[in-house]
Write a protein that binds this ligand. Sequence first.
Ligand code: SAM
Length: 213
Amino acid sequence: MKFDIITIFPNIIEEYINSGIVRIAQEKGFVEINIHDLRKWTDDIHKTVDDTPYGGGPGMVMKIEPIYKALKELKTADSIVCITTPKGEELKQSKVKELSKNKDAHYIVICGRYEGVDQRVHDNLVDYEFSIGEYILSGGELAALVLVDSVTRLLPGVLGNKKSLESESFDNEDELDFPQYTKPEEFNGWKVPEVLLSGHHKNIEDWREEQRV
Ligand SMILES: C[S@@+](CC[C@H](N)C(=O)[O-])C[C@H]1O[C@@H](n2cnc3c(N)ncnc32)[C@H](O)[C@@H]1O
């Protein structure tokens, strides 16, 4: 799988993808993640990526030209162009699963900033508009990382223990993961549920099943 992330803040993306599971997934060759500074596709001295909105109003809008040029260079026939926007479809685990199914997929993710991106990008250049929830972030970088992380960890082989995926929250509709505890058995008077210490596998399984609903 390949991700190309287009952003004006490459450093935000860099730090995250070079940590934890996403870093390991790249090292093991399950995923390739490239970060692109949108300003690379500008041709003025100030490397301008935004301008004032037609019709007036506060703030700035991301221009179409640099994004168009970026896509011209990065896109192939099979690429899926994604854009972060609070107006998009809210990302759910079911969609994450769907996106992780094709291990050869190529996702290009455009991170918005300012008041948003020229609507002509959304209307003509994008396949999938997604939101990570009903709140407004300053930019699309966090949303892009949510997509990359949640999809990458589902790629076969990325998580050492396949079982960790089986009981995860949202794996089945209306079910969450069961509560987890580790040592010590008691802390501050707060005890680990007795059943988990019993060694009785069937009872433990039943208790966990109950807790998941
Ligand atoms: C300040 S926001 C623009 C919000 C826009 N004016 C609106 O009210 O719909 C700047 C950028 O952050 C990203 N963004 C903000 N909130 C987001 C969310 N909940 N999900 C995904 N992307 C988001 C988008 O790329 C957006 O273009």
